[in-house]
Design a protein around this ligand. Structure first.
Ligand code: CUA
Length: 155
């Protein structure tokens, strides 16, 4: 079978791009530590508000500049919807939903997870600059979706 020269070049380039793409994914996953957020645990959404740590949502100081923010995402608010931390803080957000699928995206960081009923979602962000970092629900969750937001105040 005869293959035209231009077609051969095109096939080689297409094959190279495929290989580059696969190598890129491999390097991202194995070297750069890029991964999709996986569930940090399972929880019964019906008993969420009485199951630790979600029975006491809010910020916990873990020491050494590390914090955990336990946040419930429910239709249509975050609880709590504001936390305050000092500059340099590393905050792990532990999130769960008692009702429908919500989202959590924190502006100015790469923190971005879905909050799925039955699952505990976790994402960590470091705050090196003072300011206010808005977070919003980014999964359409009904009538009050646009009212679901909160913020991290860094001083
Ligand atoms: Cu919760 Cu959109």
């Amino acid at each position: 079978m005869r293959i035209e020269a231009y077609e051969r070049i095109f096939m080689i380039l297409a094959g190279l791009m495929l290989v580059l793409g696969i190598v890129g994914i491999g390097v991202g996953a194995l070297v750069a530590g890029v991964h999709v957020p996986s569930p940090a645990g399972r929880i019964d959404p019906r008993t969420l508000s009485t199951t630790p740590p979600f029975d006491q949502p809010g910020l916990r100081d873990l020491g050494g500049g590390k914090y955990e923010a336990v946040v419930i995402a429910r239709a249509w608010q975050f609880q709590p919807n504001e936390i305050q931390v000092p500059v340099g803080a590393t905050v792990t957000f532990t999130l769960a939903s008692p009702d429908v699928i919500h989202g959590f995206v924190l502006t100015g960081t790469n923190a971005n997870v879905m909050v799925i009923p039955g699952q505990i979602s976790q994402v960590t962000a470091r705050f090196d600059r003072p300011g206010e970092y808005l977070w919003v629900c980014h999964e359409y969750c009904g009538f009050g979706h646009h009212q679901m937001y909160g913020k991290v105040v860094v001083r």
